[in-house]
Write a protein that binds this ligand. Sequence first.
Ligand SMILES: CC(=O)N[C@H]1[C@@H](OP(=O)(O)O)O[C@H](CO)[C@@H](O)[C@@H]1O
Ligand SMILES: [Mg+2]
Length: 615
Amino acid sequence: MSSAPKIHRGNSVPISNDQLAALIDAHPKPSAISNYSYGTAGFRYEASLLPCVFVRMGIFAALRSASLGGEEVGVMITASHNPEPDNGMKIADSNGGMLDAAWEKHAVSLANAPTPKQALVLIDTLSKYALGRHPLAQGNPAKLPKMVVHVGRDTRSHSPPLANLVIRAALAMGATVIDHGEVSTPMLHHFVMHANGHLLPSIIPQRCNESGYYEIMALSYAALLRTGKLDGVGGKRLAHTKELVIDGACGIGALKIDTFRKIFDKLNAEGCTYGLPVLCTMNFPGEGPLNENCGAEYVQKQQLPPKLYSPEPKMLGLSKGYMTSFDGDADRVVFHFEDTQGKFHLLDGDKIAVLVSSFIQEELRCIDPNGQAVKCGVVQTAYANGSSTLYLKNVVKTNVVIAKTGVKFVHAAAHHHFDVGVYFEANGHGTVLFGPKFYDFIAAADARLRGTPRNNRANIALRRLRLLPALVNQSVGDAMSDMLLVDAILFLRGWDLNTWAQLYSDMPTRQAKVKVADRTVITTNDNETAAVSPVALQKALQSAMDAMAVEENSVDGPKPRCFVRPSGTEDAVRVYAEANTQSGADSLASEAMMLIYKLCGGVGSPPQPFISNRL
Ligand SMILES: CC(=O)N[C@H]1[C@@H](OP(=O)(O)O)O[C@H](CO)[C@@H](O)[C@@H]1O
Ligand SMILES: [Mg+2]
């Protein structure tokens, strides 16, 4: 089911400068790279360009752990939704979240040091800064501090050799390395968060390894389903929500979700009566190319069902049922289904944010009818569909904050603004963060409701809310955890995907990418809704939006919207357009693509405009 991690003990004496220089020199900076950047989600490049970064980041991760007094940190080797030839790394800080912003700058400086000698100077400064005393290198006779680095990797063929570079470098620094082998990104973050138990809220049982991860999630999910029998509202599985088909993007998620399938099959065989679904996993690694024509990125961006590479017998005839798609490192999930007319419906991160935030607010109100005790809210990005933002504000009546694209920004905003902060990027990447006031609220409710009938609504709500921090991965968005959460909410409400889809209609959208010589010529405002440079670009985009608003006569409803920004994970400029009609969104996107091509140094032949073929 899950294998134990391999624990490697590092050098017991400080490494000499010569040894350190030799380690770095063995993997010099490739000439194709002028500057490595730590994009939206870490370093991400074509795999052959990465060994230089990986050695240096092995050293860096050890230093980061030392700087935190030996708290454990993590390195995840993955390029997520990118194509198979790319790879990358994300560094997890000791709280399980993204690397601290100040240290991100140090990581970039170290990755870009032009020579081993300059890298050594940086390492020396960092280690003095980290420890407030002697540097770690230079054969310093002082005792080495505690350093622990967790390493995980996705299923790409070049991930094992790249992981070995990180491991060797961290060991050379004297760190202990806990090698988890193939795991999803959110699992690695979860292990790190749980390894530093003193940072974990007491409501969450501490489990530092893979079997503990499954145990916490499967048990809290099952316990949440069990509460469905009590409130007389939901707790029913409609025929086609009994089986859940998972498109694993031919990546790690398929392997890992299969463990839940085994756990649920066993419970079902033992006669469990509270509605566990049958999980049917498709698109395992090796069955098709990673992320290609399948997985969350493809499904969400193309708004099309995934290609199913798995052999027919595994499909159990369920391909038209209730279905989810993960991305290549299983930190994103979207849901989709075909209706009886064969029309494809996508339930993206925005729909998940609506479902989850309304559920949590409803449960909170069963205990606190005024909804005053805990501040709830949703963090979205500029990519959130305009209809979802309106629905959240007007129907769910929750607070909405728009943050920059990327988990490091949305996570920080959720943490900063709310006691219960739901964040989801439209692409399905997100989670729910519970803050100290939420835990105080649960403790106070517990004391107040003690002795009241077990099955009154407030008690049921309390039981449900108490399970959420363990079910919902508190470190980062997690496709498996989010899938179980959404499934449980649908079950408790007695909903199918269609009921959920009908909550509001998405505005038609179009997304595209344009290749330019240097995408950094485009800069944006704080929440990326407008380009700041080149100035002519935003002016022209604004005119296009205004013209579309007139054409669509959108007086009362949401206005057409279009923005562009350089991708932080791919060498391209992203275009987003939404309007009241598909042809409006297509025409805005086409115009934006052409403007980028002309004003920002487009390469290759001019982009082809979209021809609307869908209403
Ligand atoms: C439009 C879009 O989907 N952007 C994605 C993508 O970032 P870009 O900077 O847009 O390439 O990858 C990020 C990491 O997975 C994810 O956080 C983000 O939402
Ligand atoms: Mg991902």
